[in-house]
Design a protein around this ligand. Structure first.
Ligand code: R5P
Length: 260
C-alpha cells in the first residue's frame, strides 16, 4: 500500500489498537429522514468524542458537519436508488473521486449487491472506484448490501460477497454479522467491519453483536441505527468502544449503559 493510502487507512483503523468504531449516518441517501437522523448535526454532536470516523454523504457533510472538526470520514459516493423505487440494488457512483479528494475524505464507500439483478453494475462500479482510488491513494470501503432481503445475511452469502469485494480490490469490507462469522472474516483477505442493521430488540443484543463480531476477527464496527436510535446513544457508543478498543466483555461494557 502506498504512503498516502496507508496514512488514510490509519486515520480510520486506529494504529494503537488496530480497531475502529465508525458512526454510520449515510442512511438518508436511500431512506430519507430516518427516525433520529432527521437532524444529523444534533444526532452526532454528543457522539463525536467517542467516534473514530463518520460515514456519510457529501450533502450531510457540507450541511451538517463543522469543517473544523478533527474527525475523519468515509464518504458514501453511491446512490440513485430509494426505498420506494423499483430496485434498491440499482445503485451507481454519484460522487466523483475529485469531490472525495476536495472534501478530504479518508475513504470512499460503495455498496455491492451480489446475486441481485444489479450484481454486474455494482461490481463494475466497485472496480472503477478501486482503479481511481489506486491512482489517488484513496481507500475503498465495499459495503455488502442486501437491500430488503435481510434473510440473505448468512455466512455462505456474506463470505461470497466479502471475498468478491476484496478480490475486486476493496481495501476494507463492511458486512453484516452472522452465525459462523469467523468463516466470513477468515476467507476475506482485507479488514472486515460490521454494520449493526435495523435496531435490535435490546441494548444487550447490540453489545453481544459487537463482542461476537470482534471476537470472530472483525476490526470493528461501522454502526448507525443501533447507536443513534438508542435511548442512551452516548452510553451505547461508549460501551461499544470499550468492547472494540479495550477488549471489554459484554458485562463490563454494559456499565456504560447505566451512565448518561
Ligand atoms: C446503509 O444504510 C448504510 O451503508 C449504513 O451505513 C449501514 O447499513 C450501517 O448502518 P446500520 O448499523 O444502521 O445498519
Amino acid at each position: 500500500m502506498d504512503w498516502g493510502m496507508k496514512n488514510r487507512v490509519s486515520r480510520l483503523i486506529k494504529p494503537k489498537t488496530g480497531k475502529a468504531v465508525w458512526l454510520a449516518i449515510d442512511h438518508g441517501y436511500f431512506l430519507g429522514p430516518v427516525s433520529k437522523l432527521e437532524d444529523p448535526a444534533k444526532t452526532i454532536k454528543p457522539l463525536i468524542p467517542y467516534t473514530d470516523a463518520l460515514m456519510l454523504t457529501r450533502g450531510i457533510l457540507r450541511n451538517c458537519v463543522d469543517a473544523g472538526l478533527e474527525i475523519p470520514f468515509l464518504l458514501r459516493v453511491s446512490g440513485g436508488n430509494s426505498i420506494v423505487g423499483p430496485a434498491l440494488s440499482d445503485e451507481s457512483i454519484h460522487t466523483s473521486m475529485e469531490e472525495a479528494l476536495r472534501l478530504n475524505a479518508s475513504a470512499v464507500a460503495f455498496s455491492v449487491y451480489v446475486g441481485s439483478q444489479h450484481e454486474n453494475q455494482t461490481l463494475t462500479c466497485l472496480g472503477q472506484l478501486v482503479n481511481e482510488g489506486q491512482r489517488f491513494g484513496m481507500p475503498v470501503l465495499a459495503v455488502t448490501a442486501v437491500g430488503k432481503e435481510l434473510e440473505k445475511r448468512d455466512a455462505r452469502y456474506l463470505s461470497l460477497s466479502c471475498r468478491i469485494a476484496a478480490e475486486l480490490g476493496a481495501q476494507i469490507v463492511k458486512t453484516y454479522y452472522c452465525d459462523d462469522f469467523e468463516k466470513v472474516v477468515k476467507s476475506c483477505p482485507v479488514p472486515v467491519v460490521v454494520a449493526g442493521g435495523p435496531k435490535l430488540d435490546t441494548e444487550m443484543d447490540v453489545l453481544d453483536l459487537a463482542h461476537e463480531a470482534v471476537t470472530a476477527g472483525a476490526r470493528g464496527v461501522d454502526m448507525g441505527r443501533n447507536i443513534w436510535q438508542s435511548s442512551n446513544a452516548v452510553g451505547m457508543i461508549k460501551a461499544i468502544r470499550s468492547i472494540v478498543h479495550d477488549g471489554s466483555s459484554v458485562k463490563e461494557a454494559a456499565k456504560f449503559l447505566n451512565q448518561k
